[in-house]
Write a protein that binds this ligand. Structure first.
Ligand code: G3H
Ligand code: ZN
Length: 306
């Protein structure tokens, strides 16, 4: 089916107390693994591309991969810009057919974040496309952050209320204790802070940096307004681990498909696990999509000429 926007999808998640996984993709195997899991799990899904992914694959190519995968799928798929840090990037993605945008002004002063987010919201809404914004800052583990720095960067509930009212953004990424790109799930979210934000801000809230968060904490957060959960590092780990194992198991092979099929399957299984954890599995049935099916992409990989 054609791409859908994240507006109704996240509202349904908020009201239904589940979260939609937003999975980062950089290449064809990741896109296919994510969408195949969604089809089999009867789950709505968000595929998101970061600015790094756009630099890697090219904007039109990245968008075309997701659009093609969505067209083949019979579950709703959203194409989302992840962490677009300037106005121009958002406009380019709007033009390329993205059905959900993010303006990330979290490193800018409050007033500047309000001003640019408002501009992005204005132009996106003219085209019927929703916008995620970020207030507070989900830091990067690669920057070697301390616990105090994570706490200092957390979202302030009063500011969040004012920010949402002034910008008109459709969803809000909140900093509640997660850190981007952690390789182990060790962090616990500040659920009391999340409850306060959720009481003051009625739009869907977004959890970034989920690879480093304990699963119990993620599940609890879904009960207090988290309706979108971003997953990236964990997918890259699964992809790369499977690739290394496949190469080690068959070092003489030169056909990359025999290795990459393992990576695609590994991504699919992590996504499936997360969809079940987030409660999005089976949600599409309620919206009228029926008959679960299995995706069989590659039964056999033949010789180099195939
Ligand atoms: O925007 C993407 C994410 O917040 C993913 O975070 O790499 O820690 O899973 P992660
Ligand atoms: Zn993020």
């Amino acid at each position: 089916m054609p791409l859908v926007t994240s507006k109704e999808m996240l509202q349904a998640a908020l009201e239904g107390h589940f979260a939609v996984g937003a999975f980062n993709a950089n290449n064809m195997e990741q896109v296919q693994g994510i969408v195949d899991a969604a089809v089999e799990e009867r789950s709505p899904v968000i595929l998101q591309v970061s600015q790094g992914a756009i630099r890697y694959a090219g904007l039109e190519f990245a968008a075309a991969m997701v659009k093609t995968a969505a067209a083949e799928a019979d579950v709703p798929v959203v194409l989302h810009l992840d962490h677009g840090t300037d106005f121009d990037q958002n406009v380019r993605c709007l033009r390329a057919g993205f059905t959900s945008l993010m303006f990330d002004g979290s490193k800018r002063p409050f007033e500047e974040n309000v001003a640019i987010t408002s501009q992005v919201v204005h132009i996106a809404h003219v085209c019927g496309i929703p916008v995620e914004a970020e207030l507070g800052c989900v830091l990067q583990s690669t920057d070697g952050v301390t616990y105090e720095e994570v706490c200092d960067a957390m979202t302030k509930p009063g500011e969040a209320k004012e920010f949402v009212e002034r910008t008109g953004c459709d969803s809000l990424a909140v900093a509640i204790g997660s850190v981007h790109a952690m390789r182990e799930a060790e962090a616990e979210l500040n659920i009391e802070l999340l409850k306060e934000i959720h009481q003051m801000v009625k739009i869907p809230l977004v959890l970034h940096g989920s690879s480093g968060v304990k699963e119990e904490s993620e599940v609890e957060a879904i009960q207090y307004g988290i309706a979108k959960i971003n997953v990236a590092t964990m997918l890259n780990q699964a992809f790369t681990r499977a690739l290394k194992e496949a190469i080690a198991a068959d070092p003489e092979n030169v056909d990359p498909r025999k290795f990459l099929i393992k990576s695609r399957d590994a991504v699919k299984e992590v996504v499936r696990h997360k969809m079940r954890l987030f409660g999005s599995s089976g949600q599409v049935t309620a919206s009228g999509y029926k008959s679960p099916k299995t995706v069989h992409r590659t039964a056999k990989i033949g010789g180099a000429e195939e």
